[in-house]
Design a binder for this molecule. Structure first.
Ligand code: HEC
Length: 161
């Protein structure tokens, strides 16, 4: 989209050299229309993406507990992708920069899933959860406290392999 705007700007410049005012006005209107379209594009918000991460965080626990490693692998990748989405769509927010703090914990949990190690999984899942809360705390959202789930809130999916 940026490339398109750049191309249109270049085109605008060249036309202005030719003093082709009518064409300039048309192009200006086109730019305005593109800008409006860009502003109106749906961008998933921070909070809504976090709610989705919460869901996958919960599913990940029950996948791991049931040693359904294929599902666990899927769930952790969903979490990683959602953090990538925040970096992409909420790049202007200061909190977004802090996503780097959770990446090593996601990677080490991912590794224990690959190793199919239930004990390490439990420990690393705890560390990941603590990091969720650490970020909430430094961003004045300490009232959003994540914990290891007690029971499955999702009843319409089988976690046991
Ligand atoms: C980079 C910092 C950061 C990390 C890491 C982080 N969060 Fe968040 N989280 C936030 C911020 C900031 C908000 C408040 C968002 C808002 O203003 O809507 C939030 C909000 C939430 C919410 C509330 C969403 C709602 O609208 O009800 C949940 C649930 C949540 N986070 C879960 C998690 C989980 C689970 C993890 C770990 C896997 C995690 N978060 C990791 C920064 C973070």
């Amino acid at each position: 989209m940026r490339k398109t705007i750049f191309t249109i700007c270049m085109a605008t410049f060249l036309f202005s050299c030719n003093q082709n005012n009518k064409r300039i006005t048309t192009l200006e209107n086109q730019i305005k229309a593109i800008e409006k379209e860009l502003n109106d594009t749906y961008k998933p918000g921070f909070g809504i993406t976090m709610s989705n991460i919460q869901l996958h965080h919960s599913k990940l626990w029950f996948a791991g507990l049931n040693q359904n490693w294929e599902l666990a692998e899927f769930e952790i990748h969903e979490i990683k992708e959602r953090f990538d989405d925040i970096e992409k769509y909420q790049e202007d927010k200061k909190e977004t920069e802090m996503i780097t703090m959770i990446k090593p914990f996601l990677d080490s949990l991912d590794k224990t899933i690959e190793e199919k190690d239930i004990n390490k999984f439990k420990i690393n899942y705890g560390s990941l959860t603590n990091t969720c809360n650490r970020c909430h705390k430094v961003n004045n959202h300490e009232f959003i406290e994540i914990k290891i789930p007690d029971f499955k809130s999702i009843s319409n999916q089988i976690f046991k392999k």
